[in-house]
Design a protein around this ligand. Structure first.
Ligand SMILES: Cc1cc2nc3c(=O)[nH]c(=O)nc-3n(C[C@H](O)[C@H](O)[C@H](O)COP(=O)(O)OP(=O)(O)OC[C@H]3O[C@@H](n4cnc5c(N)ncnc54)[C@H](O)[C@@H]3O)c2cc1C
Length: 393
């Protein structure tokens, strides 16, 4: 397996991009502005992701960013995945999360824990044309993820999985699902096992789709497992080690959510800046009032701080340095910044900001989920506090 090039140079400015990083950033930025932006309003209204866009994501090579070239991926870095998620989300956070879940959770888990067979079978599909989903949450287990009630029974040459998963991003479009079930409830969380499930496995169904406040074009569905028959070979990693896979993928995945929120805040701020320069009150553009200038300066400063935190966490991960606390801080802070900056953008648009004719109310709606999924803000605070309080002084 080829190792992706790490462009990270210790001591280099975090926001200075290598040629490859700039290329990823620019190509996705152009694509987002030219191809996604015209579809955003309709996709949000219809709560549906445009199918041609999904095809285009695969053609652009952004569905398998870290997948090595031998399996059809771009063989690139986690940092580039983060740049891509930010660029997509500055136009549409639903596109951002679709690509984020694929790269930072699904591909990542199979790359790290998959067997050679999983990699050659599933990573090739995920890089070419198949969407992935990651199914941990259930009705009774969200923050307390390891209390999951889905059960896996060992039947010799296959497993039978029974239970329900809730809130599963990409489920309407996905062909491959990483599903967590407990194969040995007596062992508590040490019974949790990760399985790779194909959409057409017998006993597997997609249930109701949520009608959400924000990221409406991103599908979020229930999964129904009724004695779903899973081949023995489809255990990801070792049986009983699913808790480790869940924790470790989510530790990485939340940097991607930080990037999504960075994009959301940036997108809203860009619209607000353009608007206040145009909108005239009291005989001059609103941007000429110092109070407005200060609000924009404050938002831009917080956005910069969030960017540094997200980029630092991603670069630490690529450099194989510890990043747990930095990732939790980056997600916590950038989701708070996103809610604040998008709210300011609505404010600066005045009455227009409160209508669907203008883009900023959608950024505001899209921002909230950053404080909920992949660990709520309280869960990030718990992680940060734990790492600080257990640190040796
Ligand atoms: C749009 C969307 C997409 C999602 N996509 C996925 C997906 O693809 N895959 C997946 O597996 N899951 C997904 N989720 C689920 C998501 O990860 C959970 O919603 C999240 O972890 C919170 O769980 P919960 O909703 O059960 O809230 P709860 O855990 O019930 O939390 C309710 C409130 O209590 C607080 N709380 C709970 N426990 C504590 C505590 N110990 N200390 C302090 N405060 C606490 C929380 O912070 C929160 O404010 C998605 C959710 C949404 C909304």
């Amino acid at each position: 397996m080829s190792t992706p090039t790490i462009d990270f140079v210790p001591g280099a400015p975090l926001t200075a991009l290598s040629d490859e990083e700039q290329m990823f950033q620019q190509s996705v930025r152009d694509f987002a502005v030219e191809k996604i932006r015209p579809l955003v309003h309709r996709m949000d209204h219809d709560a549906t992701m445009d199918k041609n866009l999904i095809k285009a994501f695969f053609e652009l090579g952004i569905m398998g960013i870290e997948i090595p070239e031998q399996w059809g991926g771009a063989g690139s870095t986690f940092f580039n995945a983060v740049l891509v998620v930010e660029e997509l989300s500055h136009v549409d956070a639903s596109c951002g999360v679709l690509v984020d879940v694929q790269n930072t959770l699904v591909n990542n888990a199979i790359l790290r824990w998959g067997s050679d067979d999983h990699k050659s079978r599933y990573l090739t599909m995920l890089a070419a044309d198949t969407i992935g989903a990651y199914a941990l949450s259930e009705e009774g287990s969200g923050s307390d993820a390891f209390a999951l009630a889905t059960r896996a029974q060992d039947k010799g040459d296959h497993w039978l999985l029974t239970g329900r998963k809730l809130w599963i991003t990409n489920a309407a479009e996905a062909g491959i699902f990483i599903v967590f079930a407990n194969a040995n409830p007596d062992a508590g969380y040490k019974g949790i096992t990760a399985f790779i499930i194909e959409r057409d496995f017998p006993g597997f169904q997609i249930g109701k789709k949520e009608d959400k406040t924000g990221i409406r074009a991103s599908s979020t569905c229930e999964l129904i497992l009724e004695e779903t028959r899973v081949p023995k070979g489809n255990v990801l990693g070792e049986a009983g080690k699913g808790y480790k896979i869940a924790i470790e993928t989510l530790n990485e995945g939340r940097i991607g959510i930080g990037a999504q929120m960075l994009g959301v805040a940036r997108g809203a701020l860009e619209h607000a800046i353009a608007y206040v320069k145009e909108r005239k009150q009291f005989g001059k553009p609103v941007s000429e009032f110092q109070a407005v200038q200060f609000q924009i300066a404050q938002a831009a400063t917080e956005l910069e701080a969030a960017r540094l935190m997200v980029y630092n966490a991603a670069r630490l991960k690529d450099a194989k340095q510890p990043f747990l606390r930095e990732a939790a801080m980056a997600k916590l802070f950038s989701s708070q910044v996103a809610e604040k900056v998008t709210s300011l953008a609505v404010q600066l648009f005045g009455g227009n900001g409160y209508t669907k004719e203008y883009p900023v109310e959608k950024f505001w709606r899209d921002s909230k989920v950053g404080q909920i999924y992949e660990g709520t803000s309280n869960m990030q605070l718990a992680t940060i506090a734990k790492t600080i309080l257990t640190e040796k002084l």
